[in-house]
Design a protein around this ligand. Sequence first.
Ligand code: FMN
Length: 171
Amino acid sequence: MKSDYNPPVTRTLTLIYATSTGHTEFVVDTLQAALGKILPDLRIIKQRAEVSTSEDLEKSDILLLACGSWNTGNVEGQLQPHMHELLTVRAAEAELKGKPAAAIGLGDDRYYFTARAAEKLTEYLIERQATLLLPTLIIINDPFDQTAKIEAWAKEFATAVSKLPAVHFKT
Ligand SMILES: Cc1cc2nc3c(=O)[nH]c(=O)nc-3n(C[C@H](O)[C@H](O)[C@H](O)COP(=O)(O)O)c2cc1C
């Protein structure tokens, strides 16, 4: 007999971030707290870029990348050095085709190339044909009074995750 029971779907999100002064960490912690309330079934694996591998980007149902902009290689508007190293070397060949993904980029408006990390993270995902769930969150200047913006984005992110077909989720 066919049952109407639909077991809860276990969703996994790998959140890979890099931070130098703690700004990105604040943003991802605020996001994680908000998602915990909206999507309690979402299992979040939060880890730093410097200890991450290509397999870490590939392993979960959903991927989220976050970091600030930096003058990596003495050129402004680049990814924070640890994220730069991960995405351009260790995970340059990551297989992300069709993977639901999103990005968060930070920056400071005292720099001419403001928050270009947001563009670079988005480009990385698009080039590997990941499925962007929503426009990249851009946080300019100190994030500490931008909680409402982060929480609003968390809500949109959660809505997009909820709409994903179950086929994306491993059980
Ligand atoms: C050495 C250095 C270089 C930076 N270069 C840029 C830049 O090119 N563009 C930009 O928008 N912000 C730049 N920033 C600002 C950081 O991206 C911003 O403060 C961010 O919030 C830092 O996040 P994090 O502490 O998580 O690394 C730079 C900051 C430092 C200290």
